[in-house]
Each structure stands twice: as C-alpha cells, then as structure tokens.
Design a protein around this ligand. Structure first.
Ligand SMILES: [Zn+2]
Length: 251
C-alpha cells in the first residue's frame, strides 16, 4: 500500500491528549507511538478529525519524522488515521454507514469469539473480573478518560482472555473506530450501564453459561449502537446543538 506523503511544513499544535507524559526517557518505537495514539482515541481524548502533525509528534516523542510516519502508516493500514498529500494526517471521521459496518463487524467477531473460544480459564475469569472492578473504580472516581478507555478495552481484554491475539488486535481497531463514532455522534449511552453489562457478561462466563454470555453481549452491543442512533436524527451533527445541550446528559 502506497500512501501519499503529507505536507512536511506542517507544524500544527498537537491536541493536549498527546502533550503530557510523552516518554519515560527512552525513545519510543513506531509501535509504541501507534499504541499511544490508539489509547488516546479509546480514552476519547483524540476526537475524530484531529490533525496529527508529523513534526509535533516527532518532537513530542523525541524521535525522527520517519519513525512517526511509520507509526501513522501502521494506523492508516488499521483504518484509524487517514492521510492526504495536501493536508497531512488526521484521525478518521467515520460516516453513519461506516458506523453501522463497524458495529456489525464487532457483533460478528465478539459473538463468534464467545461461541467458539475454548472455555475460559479461572485465571482469565479473574482478569476479566479485575477489569470490571477497574471500570467501577474509574466510574466512582469520575475519571472520564480512564473510564472510556477501560470500557472499550474490556472487549479487547475479552479477546485476549479467549487466547486469540488476532481477534484481540482486530477488536482493538474496531473498538477505536466505534469510540470515534460515539464521539462524533455524541453517544447517549451511559457508562454505568456499560459497566453493569460487562459485569453480567463476566458473571455468565464465570458460571460457564456461554449462551447467556452471548445473549448479554448481543444486547450490550445493540444498546451501545442504539444509543448512537437515537442521538443522531440525521447524518450531520449540529455542533452548536451539541455544545449547548443541557449538562448532565450523556458524557
Ligand atoms: Zn462494552
């Protein structure tokens, strides 16, 4: 795959999400830079359409622009960022149709994963229970970024616990896409409801009740997607309406 080279004069300021805590003293690899960007998306700190300046990222991570471009190229291949030769790199802005496709893909993968994975080990169940406990702590602490990250990461964690690295990686990318969709379309889905759903899914898995876990996951993904649809009467979100909506609704 050949990507156009973005305008190298780009010195756009980076979003605050990526400005803090860039490194621990050693140079980051392109895989780590890609992972950091993905994490920031899952944490809803990087919005759809955010510009990712090569020069700024290189400065932030203390690496060459070549390495940054390598990281962004990885993310482009994974469908998380996009590039134009004139305007540079951007976080994708999924359309409504892409939103539907992303949810359909997640449903196929996550339900299939639960149905065909070997029974989860006690260790895997323990890890999932700890994940849900972390979600609950983030909710209690009202930490929006951590909460958003953990709620998305639950699904990746489930893929990992089922022992399928390929599907876990695929779910990471798809979950990043659906997180961007949720931000674009201002999901009304409540984080508390998601966390409670996760707890029920893990409880069903702990009982060895695969059918119930599948039914709960199906309903959970349906609820999340329905929350988006209900919030989007048309394909063009109204930024002013979003900005002026009453406080305390959604998140
Ligand atoms: Zn979930």
């Amino acid at each position: 795959m050949t990507l156009p080279t973005p305008d190298l004069s780009d010195n756009a300021a980076l979003p605050p999400a990526l400005q803090a805590g860039a490194d621990d003293g050693r140079a980051a690899s392109s895989a780590e830079i890609a992972e950091r960007i993905t994490q920031s998306i899952l944490a809803q700190r990087l919005a759809p359409g955010t510009r990712l300046g090569e020069q700024a990222l290189a400065g932030l991570f203390g690496v060459s622009r070549t390495l940054v471009r390598e990281a962004l190229t990885r993310l482009a291949a994974r469908g998380i960022v996009t590039v134009s030769s004139r305007r540079g790199w951007f976080v994708i802005e999924p359309s409504r149709q892409e939103a539907r496709q992303a949810f359909a893909a997640r449903r196929a993968i996550e339900l299939g994963l639960l149905r065909y994975a070997p029974p989860l080990t006690a260790q895997a169940i323990g890890r999932l229970q700890e994940h849900v406990a972390q979600e609950e702590r983030a909710l209690a602490a009202d930490d929006a970024a951590l909460r958003s990250y953990l709620l998305g990461d639950f699904h990746v964690c489930l893929g990992e616990c089922a022992g399928n690295v390929l599907l876990a990686d695929t779910l990471r990318d798809l979950t990043a896409r659906t997180t961007l969709i949720a931000m674009r379309y201002q999901s009304s889905h409540q984080a508390h409801a998601s966390c409670a759903d996760h707890a029920q899914i893990v409880a069903a898995l702990a009982r060895g009740d695969t059918e119930q876990a599948i039914a709960l996951m199906d309903a959970h993904l349906g609820d999340v997607e329905a929350g988006l649809s209900a919030a989007t009467p048309d394909d063009r979100p109204d930024p002013l309406r979003q900005a002026l909506r009453p406080l305390g609704r959604g998140n």
